[in-house]
Design a protein around this ligand. Structure first.
Ligand SMILES: Cc1ncc(COP(=O)(O)O)c(C=O)c1O
Length: 475
């Protein structure tokens, strides 16, 4: 593409992206496409000849847009309501233009050092001690996998070299988390060879926090069976309700059994930026590793996830492996992030985070997180104001789990009505939320994390929910 043409098309795409952001509220959030419909709009044959950029860009509207669920729409409060924003978008474009790979310091000094810088900024903002070393990965799922690989190596069984299979000296590794913890733990257990069955789910209490006495009992029982309790994952901000496990009490149990404590603060960690939110990381200084996802709640778009680890040398022990062609690049004493990961090539993820944090400033990040919490509290008050609804869990951070209730109807019918309300609301195109299951019962759930969401959007959502509930309970 000749430079003049590149310039022209970049300007067009810049206008397109700015228009998209500016007018997103006018769009219907959920696409009305059926599976396979987007595929049918494009050729199944490989494009044989070069196509003009104008035609390709026209298909952004004609082929792609009809199949987009608009996560950035202010009425989108599903999952954790992740969001895009101007500075981050600009950072992504610049990173794409540079297209460097931060395997080693030499392959990209700027990407490596800015990664270290933004990791330090996040650590300072949430108040973690600087004894934690950070690494950026794509997702929290990757982060926990690396943390548990380090925890596995910490037992001194030389698993990196000798593996786990065919050995009689490797006990059954056991890992504990609450019944509310994220499924990424099972995925990590599958990949690392512990097996899904060895992730022990501990019952949570009425507020969906891990019951520490149950944890203690489960660990003791496993020790009696000759198993090896090696790690506990405490969650700060669970997926369904943003509940916060009692980290300090859990860390006491870990210390007693020499177990690794990993904190999954993928969602909830950034709450600790607020002075009034510091409680979420109480006891975190005792952890061995902590995951936080700025792409969930620190306004950095997908993907950008951080792992903080107290003994980074363990990650190196597992993952450092330098082939001849990289030896020169890897020399010189600077940090080479490839040594902390199974991944070799690494995007310049830090650029968008660096730009976002500078453009917002710490105070800007703080005020937006506080506003998200205020909006969630406002919505929880709306729920409380109606006797035909209840909070299904205490409102926590930006998350509200709630349900329609009716004494005159059986539980199954009420569950169906709750699911139906979510479907009805999502069909309007003006709002989008998700449901979950708490104590065996269906609950609706919103996550406020979108920078464009205002009180009026939640008021509108509430009006839609109550209307849908009225219709559903009379049919
Ligand atoms: C508490 C928690 N931990 C981990 C994850 C996994 O996050 P990721 O998509 O970054 O792997 C999620 C995803 O929603 C989550 O809710």
């Amino acid at each position: 593409m000749p430079p003049a043409s590149l310039r022209e098309h970049l300007h067009r795409v810049a206008d397109w992206a700015a228009d998209y952001r500016e007018n997103i509220e006018q769009r219907s959030i959920s696409p009305s496409v059926e599976p396979g419909e987007v595929t049918s709009l494009t050729s199944s044959a490989v494009p044989e000849k070069a196509e003009p950029m104008n035609r390709i860009l026209a298909d952004l509207e004609a082929v792609v847009l009809p199949g987009v669920l608009h996560w950035g729409h202010p009425g989108f409060v599903a999952y954790f309501g992740t969001t895009s924003n101007g500075p981050a978008l600009i950072g992504e474009i610049a990173a794409a233009a540079l297209n460097v790979s931060a395997m080693t310091w030499r392959t990209s000094p700027a990407a490596t050092e800015l990664e270290t810088v933004v990791l330090s900024w996040i650590r300072q903002m949430v108040g973690l001690p600087d004894s934690f070393t950070g690494v950026v990965y794509d997702t929290a799922s990757t982060g926990v996998l690396h943390a548990l690989a380090a925890a596995r190596e910490a037992r001194g069984l030389d698993i990196r070299r000798r593996g786990m299979t065919g050995r009689t000296d490797v006990p059954r590794y056991r890992l504990y988390s609450s019944d509310q913890a994220h499924s990424s733990l099972e995925k990590a257990a599958i990949v690392l060879g512990f097996g899904e069955e060895n992730v022990v789910r501990i019952r949570s209490d009425r507020d969906f926090r891990m019951d520490v006495e149950q944890l203690r009992a489960a660990v003791d029982a496993d020790v009696r069976k000759g198993f090896l309790p090696f790690a506990v994952v405490a969650t700060v901000g669970t997926t369904s309700t943003a509940s916060v496990d009692p980290v300090r009490a859990i860390s006491d149990v870990c210390r007693g059994h020499d177990m690794w404590l990993h904190i999954d603060a993928a969602y909830g960690g950034p709450m600790a930026i607020l002075p009034e939110g510091r409680y979420v990381l109480d006891g975190a200084e005792n952890a061995d590793s902590i995951v936080m996802n700025p792409h969930k709640w620190l306004f950095v778009p997908l993907d950008f996830s951080t792992l903080y680890i107290r003994r980074p040398e363990l990650l190196r022990e597992v993952f450092s492996l330098t082939r001849e062609y990289l030896k020169l690049d890897a020399s010189g004493g600077a940090i080479n992030y490839m040594d902390y990961s199974y991944q070799l090539g690494r995007r310049f993820r830090a650029l968008k985070a660096w730009m976002t944090f500078r453009a917002f400033g710490r105070s800007g990040l703080e005020s937006r997180i506080r506003e998200n919490c205020r909006l969630a509290a406002h919505f929880a008050n709306l729920v409380r104001s109606r006797s035909s609804f209840e909070l299904a869990a205490p409102q926590s951070m930006g998350i509200v789990a709630f349900r329609f209730v009716s004494e005159g109807l059986d539980a199954e019918t009420v569950d169906r009505i709750n699911e139906g309300i979510v479907e009805t609301v999502n069909h309007t195109g003006r709002a989008y939320m998700t449901h979950t299951n708490l104590d065996g019962r269906v609950a609706m759930r919103i996550g406020v994390g979108n920078l464009l969401t205002e009180e009026r959007h939640l008021d509108d959502l509430w009006a839609q929910i109550t209307r849908a509930a009225e219709i559903a309970s009379h049919t």
